[in-house]
Design a protein around this ligand. Sequence first.
Ligand code: BGC
Length: 471
Amino acid sequence: MARAQLLFPKDFLWGTATAAYQVEGNNTNSDWWVWEQADGRILHNQKSGLASNWWANAEQDLDIAAEMGTNAHRLSLEWSRIEPEPSVFDDAALGRYREILQAMHQRGIEPMVTLHHFSNPLWLVEKGDFNSAVVVDYFRRYTAKVVDVLGDLIPKWVTINEPVVYVFMRYLTGDFPLGQHSGWSGVMGAIPNLLGCHAAAYHTIKEKLPQAQVGVAKNMAVLQARPGSLPLSRWWAGRVNWLFNYMWLDSMTNGRLYFPFGRRPIAHLAGSYDFIGLNYYTRFYVNFPPLGGLVSDRWEPGAVVSDGNYGEVYPAGLFQIIESLLPYKKPIYVTENGVPDKADRLRPSFLMTHLREVWRAISFNYPVMGYYHWSLVDNFEWDRAWTQRFGLIEINPETQERSWRASGRLYQEICRSRSLTSQQAEKYAPELMQTIFTGSDPANYRADFEAFLAAVPDVKPMEDDRLDSGG
Ligand code: BGC
């Protein structure tokens, strides 16, 4: 029988992704640790505890990543370990990070390192954290230390993970520490300082390591009005889409704040990124008036929804968003993409369909350079703790025992062959044979993308003041 194969470029990076607080365990100097201890904050009052035990033994999972055939991994550093008190740097912690980074290189796994992934040193909270402009200097100093001690081992950097998600969760919804509901004033106070931290880190890294590639990991979701919505909802969906998906990129591109975050330029921000890291998970509908939140978790009939109503599985959105990033003219890495699916019911087909979208983008010569699956192993999923499992490898947090999910084996076949094949589909997701390899109709994708563009007037970086005129 004929065999189909969708090949990826030779130098494509095949990766997985994790974050320090979610895998290391015992991060007792972090604001998350204190936050977790009180009842009612984390689902079922679960605790991170040892997490995935990486502080003691990241190497066992790096062995697995190597066996899986990956050649890249995105991890983060825990600021609260490196600088447990203001200006006091912990050499032992830096030494341990050196070991982990070296272990990656020894296994042929290229590190991409995130400096800030949702977690802060406790002392930063006392200084006013991202609502206070002093954070920029602290972040610059922390970055400089990391560059000095670990920089030779880090070719790719992410300054801040999902800044917009972070400020929403921290200041608006109260789901992240410190449980604040400081409303838009908290969000608006933090955005300029976070952009300042990003710019400071970017230049601190580039001054010492001009060859390093530095970017940001930006969560981007398809945000659109429901089909058939009134014009007001479509207009509103366009605003929300720009705010959530493109505002940060436009600010980094043009070096300034946009309404409603102010209008001033931010020093050294313009052009301060070498690549776009895209974290893609799902699509949401947006309605006007925004009753009950900005986005709706009511799916259309027939939608495939992952564990705990996390979101709709919507692979076409990955291509749509990649295409919408072309005007920024930067290399793109998919720095996160995954699904909470303890039983591994959806993940095999999730992997193949999303990677098919990446392959399709590459076949149009779009500059997608790598893919980091979230996640290598099950880990502590923030306020949803152990109820949502994203790992290609399953972990029992009580015994720390590992077992390969079928999707882990599938990713191994994909990474090792650098391709998607009809045999993989036959073996792991037979329902995909039709859509991926035989009967797919590119016209469907085009129609989807056109609907997306129609709902979204502002996907280009804005050089003008179109948005300001509204405020
Ligand atoms: C975050 C991760 C998180 C993942 C799954 C991303 O928004 O960067 O920390 O675990 O989504 O929810």
